[in-house]
Write a protein that binds this ligand. Sequence first.
Ligand SMILES: NC(=O)c1ccc[n+]([C@@H]2O[C@H](COP(=O)([O-])OP(=O)(O)OC[C@H]3O[C@@H](n4cnc5c(N)ncnc54)[C@H](O)[C@@H]3O)[C@@H](O)[C@H]2O)c1
Length: 358
Amino acid sequence: MSQYNIAAIPGDGIGKEVIAAGIEVLDVLAERDGGFRFSFEHFDWGSDYYKKNGVMMPEDGLGKIKDKDAIFFGAVGAPDVPDHITLWGLRLAICQPFDQYANVRPTRVLPGITSPLRNVSGPELDWVIVRENSEGEYAGVGGRVHRGLPEEVATDVSIMTRAGVARVIRFAFKLAQSRPRKLLTVVTKSNAQRHAMVMWDEIAAEVAQEFPDVTWDKMLVDAMTMRMTMKPQTLDTIVATNLHADILSDLAAALAGSLGIAPTANINPERTFPSMFEPIHGSAFDITGKGIANPVGTFWTACQMLEHLGEPRAAARLMRAVERVTADPSLHTPDLGGKATTRQVTDAVIAAIQGDNE
Ligand SMILES: NC(=O)c1ccc[n+]([C@@H]2O[C@H](COP(=O)([O-])OP(=O)(O)OC[C@H]3O[C@@H](n4cnc5c(N)ncnc54)[C@H](O)[C@@H]3O)[C@@H](O)[C@H]2O)c1
């Protein structure tokens, strides 16, 4: 029997609630499958750890998780700790050194969930967004001088490298090639940003030569928001820079019904380091501790983790269970307009896994 060693980092707020639900579901799934099991090691890193120790994770933190098969991550963010400290101190402090350069964000309208788009009943919206996850606008390059003085200067410099752009665009072409429609949209802003984004476009055209069976087009990011809203059926796989995809994927999640159901995988495709799986949402201070966080985004990212670990049958079983549950409006949490609790949704997904005979 295979054993998968997973680092569980619930983080802050509802991250703790949804990761607990995700672990419960994954253990039931492993038992139902019989071919593998999980060993979770829990790490209490996050804002509470920061308030005690002055850092979001210990100095040797990466060493403690570098040999794991995957990282199962909740969310970071606390009302009394600045967001740039929580984000750079934990999430980005893992993504960047572990070279998780492809951030993969599937979006679909799951059964029973209503899209705010009036002409979308389900199949018209089935996308995967690939976000460049290691450089670009979030490279961390920049600084502030003359703080507080009238002549203060602050810069955030977007860095694009040929190697960094080529590898994420190649990853996106491969992913598009593996999907039935073999269709890729490359998002850009090369009309206004005339250096790095022009190189981005040129590299996309070069990499496209390696994938003659993939149909691709290019779209300015502003026009992309319109196309996602007005013509969602014309899109399939999408690749965009760190900032552009960050924004577009929140729009995608909203168009698919709720941020609470959206998953993401931070992938190191070469498998030199573990990849990290997390729901897209943050720590949601407004609902923390109320027991009403939607765990579906976490369950869906658990499917991505199972696929990455080489367990596609278990991933498909979990996705079937999630879809059976979303199809029943009495099992919708308040973000989807329902009254169900995290506990009820988790129990229903567990029951659906146990009752699944495929
Ligand atoms: N990956 C991350 O760790 C991550 C991502 C986004 C935001 N954050 C942090 O989270 C904190 C709160 O940020 P925010 O409010 O902008 O974003 P958020 O995603 O935490 O919440 C936005 C809204 O969506 C709702 N929501 C989010 N997830 C939900 C779920 N699973 N079920 C039901 N409702 C859900 C919240 O209640 C809130 O109304 C900030 O500190 C921010 O920096 C962290």
